[in-house]
Write a protein that binds this ligand. Structure first.
Ligand code: DX5
Ligand code: ZN
Length: 217
């Protein structure tokens, strides 16, 4: 079976106080901290992967000095391979097998994210291969910003994945909160990213526990 992982998206936190925001979320019961990494690595082509910029490896490295938390890094970049080494702390390629291998060899868990326009079949080879990804993230908004509206039509992808892969970690990201968690949980999502609904709540712990319950029921 799968267990619930509630991952507040630090994109909605006060970036100037990242360490204390992280600690606050962990004290509120967060399992993971979701780190939205948006880097303009395609400037020479006049196009970004997402229309925003956030943080990169230097900030992850700084945060790591303040917390032992599992950092659920959501890379919204054109060339993810370039960031494996720097994010791993302790390389450009279209070859996902190499990427998965590299992530694992650095002691991290690889996942793949599906933008709303990408069909679910595209991830089958990545989940079923000899060297599989360990999580599929189904985006429930167009990536780039917090505070957008949940896209319920993405739940077909979640149901399809859950039927096909009973023990896969399936994550949803975008517009999740008390009013949308039931739909996502019943479709089969077990890893829940939530930014504005958690950080905007008077009692984040309450929102986190409510979402956890929804997944576990
Ligand atoms: C958007 C990011 C999300 C974002 C979610 O590209 O991937 O993680 O922070 O924010 P909410 O929960 O407010 O939709
Ligand atoms: Zn995200």
């Amino acid at each position: 079976g799968v267990t619930a992982k509630i991952a507040p998206s630090m994109l909605s936190s006060d970036f100037a106080n990242l360490a204390s925001e992280a600690e606050r979320m962990l004290n509120c019961g967060a399992d993971w901290l979701h780190m939205d990494i948006m880097i303009d690595d395609r400037y020479e082509m006049g196009r970004h992967f997402v229309p925003n910029l956030t943080i990169g490896a230097p900030v992850i490295e700084s945060l790591r000095k303040h917390t032992k938390a599992y950092l659920d890094c959501h890379l919204m970049v054109t060339n993810p391979l370039d960031y494996v080494e720097p994010l791993g702390k302790a390389g450009a390629s279209d070859n996902w097998q190499e990427l998965v291998q590299r992530i694992k060899s650095k002691g991290m868990r690889p996942g793949v994210a599906l933008k709303p326009g990408t069909s679910v079949e595209e991830v089958y080879p990545l989940v079923e291969g000899a060297n599989p990804v360990e999580m599929v993230l189904v985006m429930t908004v167009e990536p780039g910003f917090g505070g957008q509206k949940f896209m319920p039509e993405m739940m077909d992808k979640v149901r399809t994945l859950r039927n096909r892969y009973p023990s896969l970690d399936i994550e949803v990201d975008g517009g999740l909160g008390p009013s949308t968690i039931a739909e996502a949980a019943s479709a089969g999502a077990n890893c829940i990213v939530a930014g504005s609904s958690v950080f905007g709540a008077p009692e984040p712990a309450h929102v986190i526990s409510l979402m956890r319950k929804s997944v576990e029921d």
